[in-house]
Design a protein around this ligand. Structure first.
Ligand SMILES: Nc1ncnc2c1ncn2[C@@H]1O[C@H](COP(=O)(O)OP(=O)(O)OP(=O)(O)O)[C@@H](O)[C@H]1O
Ligand SMILES: [Mg+2]
Length: 486
């Protein structure tokens, strides 16, 4: 046994198989790792889930003021610890089958035990280095294959550090040459091209600043407003009438599909290279409510400038080992939905046919694109990707500040959750419902996480862990705007 280990207390009272109580002779923080020596299996890793100070200073004594000198207050710090387990001969994490003995000594866990039981690996081939285990110098690396195959959610209140953490994740994916497509509603991720200014924190985390200019390309439906982006358009000829209805915002297929098909056929016979404008002109002549609606909605599609004679080619849009940003800054919300619907559908269909490399599709502000209530044009395809994408090597990452407002079926398909501070009770409830293995203590801790600390579940780990997010190698693009100069 290592003599240097620090004893923090002893087990008392009734002892369960999943948790126990201990008196704390030394201060230990909630979430800290502990170890108990088990007779049969050696050191077992545990984690402090809750703390309480007990005393004999009760209501009666508190109410008795003045008079005789105060009798001393007896107090004890007690903790509730959760048993994480030990690694057996085959490397599997097991829980002891017999409870620890009352009176057993509890130690602060040493890093080799923590690393072994949690399964922390250093510089694994498929590891995305996202930060250090909180209060330790142990690297937290997420298994990239798990991320891409089993979907990810990034959840936090606004300003909680979601985009920063996602930036860290994308840097790692680019280092490993994983193809990414990022739906970027605020145009924040262009800064991935530029190296961050180095500071002392970089050295502590062992991070070099580095830009990814060669691996980042940007498209936008509004390239005038976003000059760093190439224009994104879709080819009208490759849009079948059913999909065109989606662009037109018409959901009543029964009513509108046949008249739209007729209209297209009529225009196409006289001009094979027809444009949306040609369709608008042809629709003008129609009479009746259906024809008028078609005309009005086609005019709307023309205004969006999304459909041209030649669309952005798929080979340009998706490049192996690179990140494509779809910058939607300044684009109207309904047009954003159309773009996301079209891109998500194109990626999904072409992944199924193996025409593009396996990839990671990131949806920022995902509550707008796959809302729990109401519908967004792109909801259905995102739900399909969430439930079936993994079979085809299409990983989904949803980022949202409102866990309660994103479609539950999408959220529950995400097997890796990166959670930063969340305070809204409805969002906390949605998170607790969608994640297995979250203790009441952890849910409470989520409410007070400092900026830069994430609770990670999944990602190759069998137990949730707290991670201090590493600094960005690239510049962060989502800095808050200063309204009043400091
Ligand atoms: N790990 C971190 N280390 C240092 N600073 C951080 C970290 N995470 C976030 N920040 C800082 O906190 C601020 C908010 O972070 P970020 O833009 O990622 O929040 P967000 O959750 O994406 O917010 P929103 O919901 O408004 O998009 C930024 O100014 C960023 O610099
Ligand atoms: Mg953000």
């Amino acid at each position: 046994m290592n003599r240097a280990v620090e004893e923090v207390g002893r087990i008392f009272g009734d002892v369960g198989l999943g948790q126990f109580q201990l008196n704390l002779a030394r201060p230990v923080e909630r979430g800290d790792y502990l170890a108990v020596e088990d007779e049969a299996h050696g050191r077992v890793l545990c984690q402090l889930d809750d703390l309480k100070r007990k005393s004999d200073f009760d209501l009666e004594r508190a109410g008795a003021t003045g008079g005789a000198a105060e009798t001393p207050i007896h107090e004890n710090l007690l903790g509730i610890a959760r048993i994480i387990g030990y690694r057996d001969g085959q490397g599997l994490v097991k829980l002891p089958t017999i409870p620890f003995r009352p009176g057993a000594h509890v130690f602060r866990a040493e890093e080799p035990l923590i690393a072994e039981v949690l399964g922390l690996k250093h510089h694994a081939n498929s590891g995305a280095y996202v930060g250090l285990l909180r209060n330790h110098a142990l690297r937290v690396e997420l298994d990239i294959n798990q991320l891409v195959q089993r979907h990810v959610s990034v959840l936090a209140k606004t300003g909680g550090g979601k985009s920063y953490l996602l930036g860290v994740l994308i840097e790692e994916l680019l280092r490993h040459r994983v193809t990414c497509v990022i739906i970027d509603p605020h145009g924040e991720y262009g800064s991935l091209r530029f190296a961050a200014e180095k500071n002392g924190v970089h050295a502590r985390f062992g991070v070099e600043s580095q830009g990814f200019g060669r691996q980042v390309q940007e498209y936008s439906p509004d390239a005038t407003l976003n000059p760093s982006a190439k224009p994104l358009t879709f080819s009208l000829r490759h849009i079948d009438p059913r999909d065109l209805l989606v662009f037109m915002g018409l959901t009543n297929v029964k009513t509108f599909l046949a008249p739209l098909k007729q209209l297209i056929e009529r225009v196409a016979t006289s001009n094979a290279d027809y444009s949306v404008h040609d369709l608008v002109r042809a629709a003008e002549a129609g009479e009746g409510i259906v024809a008028e609606t078609l005309h009005e909605r086609l005019e709307y599609v023309e205004q969006t400038k999304l459909l041209g004679p030649v669309g952005t080619s798929l080979n340009d849009l998706v490049k192996r080992g690179e990140a494509t940003l779809i910058n939607l800054r300044g684009v109207a919300p309904d047009v954003q939905e159309l773009v996301v619907a079209r891109i998500a559908l194109t990626l999904f269909e072409n992944r199924k046919k193996d025409k593009i490399p396996p990839l990671f599709l990131v949806i920022e502000e995902a509550h707008n694109f796959a809302p729990q209530q109401g519908t967004a044009t792109c909801s259905r395809v995102l739900k399909n990707i969430a439930s079936e994408g993994r079979k085809f090597g299409l990983g989904l990452c949803v980022v949202t500040q409102r866990a309660a407002r994103i479609d539950k079926s999408v959220l529950s398909q995400c097997n890796t959750q990166l959670i930063l501070q969340v305070t809204n009770p409805l969002d906390l409830k949605a998170i607790a419902q969608s994640i297995e293995g979250l203790t009441a203590g952890m849910t409470e801790m989520i409410q007070s996480l400092p900026v830069g600390v994430a609770l990670i579940t999944g990602g190759g780990y069998h137990t949730p862990l707290f991670c201090e997010v590493r600094p960005r190698a690239t510049r962060h693009g989502g800095e808050s705007v200063q309204i009043v100069a400091a």
